[in-house]
Write a protein that binds this ligand. Structure first.
Ligand SMILES: Nc1ncnc2c1ncn2[C@@H]1O[C@H](COP(=O)(O)OP(=O)(O)OP(=O)(O)O)[C@@H](O)[C@H]1O
Length: 343
């Protein structure tokens, strides 16, 4: 579960309109359905709704796609001791844990059908019964759900219950993809670079004009999460120097731009880079500097190995100068003269 409070930043007129809608419904107990592509900030908006709700209980976030079907019922509603093999003690479920607060169910479209029926019942009855128990426990939970799939098509395909949809969809907040709110790109970019500078006690990295142009021209299929990861990765690579377009490891465009002029194809995405960026995002989310340093040294080692310890090629691959590479190698004790001889 996320522990750091993250600030919600909305600068574009479309985002501000969304924020105004969110303010209108924040302190009402009605369920809210948040729609948006992956990485658009659905969970952050759900947290914001909770913070502005005035509810004293906790915010509990659950990802529908990660729920194991066998344990789902006990996870949601809790269980009594001995309810099933392995249920040693009594355990409260997510609904009870969120009592007096907000339960956020992400990827609601992936919830198994059997569980959808039970969820509907809880919404109607406003009480849960633990697995293996008989006593109904009253619950006062504000439900916020999110989906990146179109629930109407899931209903048409028989994967989502229509009655549950109408229960959840009393208010819908649709978060536009980042490419449709370009006014957010640079403020968010500076916000993430400022955050990076504070967390690493370094000066805030500057964006060179070609990097700004590249950021504004990209289609952001991974939305804000992609923007955050791309910038943090670039900030690490450049080690305090200005971030240029060549330092931005962008995912390929999902659709060609509408302009008539053909655009040269983006270079193929290196799976190593994709893996590294994913791991980096996870580490930064956890805010663990020790792990981050290990990640940085691992990246250096891997790149050097790939380029047979050729520093010019490695620095080029990382998008940093040879001098910056040597500084980093020194910091992590990876200079050839300090490394144990290879046999
Ligand atoms: N408006 C915003 N201001 C600042 N940071 C944001 C904003 N929106 C999203 N982020 C950041 O972008 C990342 C992705 O956001 P979040 O996890 O809320 O997206 P999501 O839509 O729930 O993603 P998924 O669909 O993958 O579950 C997080 O690190 C979050 O802090």
């Amino acid at each position: 579960m996320e522990i750091r409070a993250k600030a919600l930043l909305f600068a574009d007129a479309r985002s501000q309109q969304l924020l105004a809608q969110a303010e209108l419904v924040a302190d009402s107990p009605v369920p809210v359905l948040i729609q948006g592509e992956t990485g658009t900030g659905k969970e952050l908006l759900a947290r914001h709704l909770h913070q502005r709700s005035g509810r004293k209980g906790p915010f509990v976030a659950v990802n529908g796609a990660a729920i194991s079907e066998t344990l789902a019922e006990s996870e949601f509603f809790g269980h009594e001791a001995g309810a099933f093999t392995g249920a040693a003690g009594r355990r409260e479920g997510w609904f009870e844990a969120a009592n007096g607060g907000t339960l956020f169910l992400d990827e609601i479209g992936d919830l198994p059908l059997a569980l959808q029926v039970k969820l509907l019942r809880v919404l109607q009855e406003r009480e849960v019964v633990r697995v293996g128990g008989r006593k109904p426990i009253p619950i006062d939970v504000r439900l916020v759900t999110a989906t990146h799939v179109d629930l109407q098509s899931a209903i048409a395909a028989g994967r989502f219950r229509e009655d549950l949809f109408y229960r959840l969809n009393i208010v819908t907040l649709a978060i536009p993809p980042l490419r449709d709110r370009p006014g957010d790109i640079l403020p968010l970019a500076r916000h993430f670079l400022g955050q990076f500078a504070r967390e690493h006690a370094r000066a805030e990295p500057v964006l060179a004009p070609d990097a700004v142009e590249r950021l504004l021209g990209h289609s952001w299929p991974g939305n804000i999460r992609e923007l955050e990861n791309v910038l943090l990765s670039a900030a690490l690579m450049t080690g305090g120097r200005p971030i240029e377009a060549r330092h931005l490891q962008l995912r390929p465009r999902s659709a060609p731009p509408a302009s008539a002029r053909p655009v040269p194809a983006e270079p193929p995405v290196d799976p190593l880079w994709q893996g590294i960026q994913k791991q980096l995002g996870e580490l930064l989310d956890r805010g663990d500097d020790g792990l981050l340093a290990r990640w940085e040294s691992l990246l250096l080692e891997t790149t050097l190995r790939r380029h047979r310890y050729n520093q010019v090629h490695s620095a080029d691959r990382l998008g940093i100068s040879r001098h910056a590479l040597r500084t980093l190698l020194k910091r992590y004790d990876l200079l050839p003269e300090t490394r144990a001889p290879r046999v």
